[in-house]
Design a protein around this ligand. Structure first.
Ligand code: AMP
Length: 399
């Protein structure tokens, strides 16, 4: 995939109607936004467009209305909050690309901002229906994609619309693509990837693709026990994906053939059972991974593994991290995940954290400012690491 894409700064927007796909999928409770982080993150692109005289037409999905007009998933709350943040009116359309949107888009003046209703109110959105893509395109002269979290989806408002309009990235997508794209295509070495999370089967292609690119691949989290089992160790009651043992053997062999260091945890936190509820107090012990008792379950990496993984992260020039090192929802079993987050924060390397749990961990721990880039897209960043072409990025004009 070409990562060198045009951005809003590479196209003349003055006087043009610009349809900008944002990620306004904000959490709400009883009709109120509980975190406006995503709206705040979209401001630089919107403010650039306003300042450069564009007529701004914003769109986004919220939740999963699945083609139904669910009032609790209306973007009106976003329009209200955005209006406060911008200090100017955000005109709310009452439909997605229907008569009201058309009339309001046609009446926009330079610097005006409007927001369409939830794109997923229309069934065609997630089917990338050309009829909806065309109707969206008819509202505007230029398409801007600034929603990385949905860039791995070929939907009408994320990719389909670009069949009919010149398409460029907003600042958020530009940052994701340039930092992660560079790390994958032309990384400063040593390049270390750290993967965690529950299952090997969720990250098969990520492991395979990263082995082509990295100098060191670190595997922690639930995934590690299937690798340890593939090496012939007894892992007790730990999570093991028996169907993926051969795959793990293949990956171990591939790493060796390519000269990639594949690091598994040398020690582990063990407990007799998975905590229930997940944050319940658990009796934890630490053992080497060569000595996990048959009646115990590995639930986090141990202190020796923390040191080895942290040292690898600190001596790297590029580090990519995706997935927790243990059952981090439980404070006693979060130590490995915290140690990795701390190592990234302390590292002078370009540090990139994939979305989801690892991103949340860095933010909760207050390390966000010490990390080069925390991706806003969990699924999208994983597909990026898999080396897949993301439809919402592939559709943008090359530089
Ligand atoms: P993922 O969604 O694949 O990133 O996985 C995240 C989940 O993996 C979290 O909810 C963790 O609790 C879980 N997890 C991490 N390590 C383990 C482990 N050793 N055993 C079971 N689950 C784990």
């Amino acid at each position: 995939m070409n990562y060198n894409k045009k951005s809003i700064e590479d196209i003349e927007v003055a006087g043009k109607r610009v349809l900008c796909r944002c990620d306004f999928n904000v959490p709400t409770k009883e009709g109120k936004i509980t975190s406006d982080k995503r709206i705040v993150a979209a401001l630089p692109t919107i403010q650039y467009l306003i300042a450069h005289g564009a007529r701004v037409i914003l769109c986004s999905h919220m939740g999963k209305p699945k083609g139904e007009w669910k009032p609790e998933l209306s973007l009106k709350v976003v329009a209200d909050r955005l209006s406060e943040l911008l200090g100017k009116e955000v005109i709310m359309a009452s439909d997605v690309a229907g008569e009201d949107s058309k009339a309001k888009a046609a009446a926009l003046k330079d610097g005006d901002v409007m927001l369409l209703e939830n794109t997923r109110y229309i069934k065609g959105e997630t089917k990338n229906d050309p009829e909806l893509s065309k109707a969206l395109a008819d509202l505007a002269d230029i398409f801007v994609n600034d929603a990385f979290g949905t860039a791995h989806r070929a939907h009408s408002s994320t990719a389909g619309v670009a069949d009919y309009l010149p398409a460029v990235s907003g600042y958020l997508v530009q940052k994701e693509v340039s930092i992660m794209g560079k790390a994958l295509a032309n990384p400063e070495r040593p390049f270390v990837a750290i993967l965690g999370g529950a299952k090997v089967s969720d990250k098969l292609n990520v492991i395979n693709n990263l082995l082509e690119k990295v100098d060191t691949l670190i595997i922690g989290g639930g995934m590690a026990y299937t690798f340890l089992a593939a090496q012939g160790y007894s892992v007790g009651k730990s999570l093991v994906d028996n169907e993926k043992l051969d795959y793990c053997k293949e990956m171990l062999a591939k790493a060796e053939a390519k000269g990639v260091k594949l690091l598994l945890p040398v020690d582990t936190a063990i407990a007799p059972a998975f905590p229930s509820p997940i944050d319940a107090e658990v009796p934890v012990d630490y053992v080497d991974c060569t000595a996990i008792p048959a009646d115990q379950m590995g639930l986090d990496i141990g202190p020796k593994a923390c040191e080895v993984f942290a040292a690898a992260a600190k001596s790297a020039k590029t580090v990519v991290w995706n997935g927790p090192m243990g059952v981090f929802e439980n404070p006693t079993l979060a130590k490995g995940t915290i140690a990795v987050a701390q190592a990234l924060a302390d590292s002078d390397a370009v540090t990139i954290v994939g979305g989801g749990d690892s991103a949340a961990a860095c933010e909760q721990l207050g390390f966000a400012n010490a990390i080069t880039h925390i991706s806003t897209g969990g699924g999208a960043s994983l597909e990026f690491l898999e080396g897949l072409e993301l439809p919402g990025i592939a559709c943008l004009q090359d530089k």
